[in-house]
Design a protein around this ligand. Structure first.
Ligand SMILES: Cc1cc2nc3c(=O)[nH]c(=O)nc-3n(C[C@H](O)[C@H](O)[C@H](O)COP(=O)(O)O)c2cc1C
Length: 206
C-alpha cells in the first residue's frame, strides 16, 4: 500500500491515492506527495559514517523557510496567495526571488503587471496564511473583509503582517510547474517588531 505525506502539516495517509482533503490541516490532494525512499543505504557517498536515513525528499523537508503573503494585480483586480519560497538574493541592490506555481491565479497577475507585494507574516499570522493559502482567487475574493494598504506599485498589502516589500520582475526562470521570479525591490518597511513566522512554526502551530 502506498503512503502519502501532506506537505503542509506532515500528516501521512495510507492508500492507493492521496485523500481529497487533509483531515488535519484541510489542504487539498495536490499538497500530498508519495512517501518514497524512507530508508537509504548511504546515498552513494564514500567515506565517513555509512548510515544515511531517507533520500533527497527527506532532506528537502529540512530546508527552512519563512512565510509570506505574495500579492499582485491585473488592471483593477487584486489577488494574493501564501508562499514560503521567498528569499533574498542580494542586499545591494536589494533583490529577492519567489517561486510561484504556474496554476495559481497570482501567477497570472504577476505575469500581467510585473509587480509583486511580499507581506511578512508574524507568529500570529496563521489565519492570513490559511485564508490566502488554501483556496484560489479564481473561486473567492480572498481580500473581502481583509483590510489592506496599497503600495507604490499598486499591489495590495494586507494589514496584520510585520512588514512588507514591493518588487518589480527583473527576470524569470521556467522551472516546470513553477516560475522562479527575480524581483528588484523598489519599496519596503516594517510595521512592528514582532518575530517573523517560519514555515515549520506554521506547520506545528495550526
Ligand atoms: C504554508 C503554505 C505555503 C505555500 N507556499 C507556496 C509557494 O511557495 N509557492 C506557491 O506557488 N504556492 C504556495 N502555496 C500554495 C498557494 O498559496 C495556494 O495554492 C493558493 O491557493 C494559490 O492561490 P491563487 O490561485 O489565488 O493564487 C503555499 C500554501 C501554504 C498553505
Amino acid at each position: 500500500m502506498k503512503q502519502w505525506r501532506c506537505t503542509i502539516c506532515g500528516y501521512v495517509h495510507t492508500g492507493e491515492t492521496p485523500p481529497e482533503v487533509c483531515p488535519v490541516c484541510g489542504a487539498d490532494s495536490s499538497f500530498f506527495e508519495e512517501v518514497t525512499g524512507e530508508a537509504g543505504e548511504g546515498g552513494g557517498l564514500t567515506g565517513g559514517e555509512p548510515l544515511i536515513k531517507g533520500g533527497p525528499k527527506q532532506a528537502l523537508h529540512k530546508i527552512t523557510y519563512g512565510l509570506f503573503i505574495v500579492s499582485s494585480l491585473r488592471g483593477e483586480e487584486i489577488n494574493a496567495q501564501c508562499a514560503n519560497t521567498v528569499f533574498q538574493i542580494t542586499s545591494e541592490p536589494a533583490t529577492v526571488a519567489i517561486g510561484i506555481n504556474k496554476n495559481n491565479y497570482t501567477h497570472d497577475f504577476i505575469e500581467a503587471s510585473g509587480v509583486v507585494g511580499i507581506s511578512i507574516l508574524d507568529c500570529q499570522g496563521q489565519n492570513l496564511a490559511r485564508r490566502f493559502g488554501y483556496r484560489s482567487g479564481r473561486d473567492a475574493d480572498k481580500f473581502a473583509g481583509i483590510p489592506y494598504r496599497t503600495g507604490v506599485t499598486g499591489v495590495p498589502l494586507p494589514d496584520g503582517c510585520l512588514g512588507f516589500l514591493e518588487g518589480k520582475v527583473r527576470d524569470k526562470l521556467d522551472c516546470g510547474t513553477h516560475t522562479l521570479y527575480l524581483l528588484d525591490v523598489v519599496n519596503g518597511g516594517l510595521y512592528s517588531d514582532e518575530e517573523p513566522m517560519t514555515y515549520s512554526y506554521f506547520r506545528a502551530s495550526k
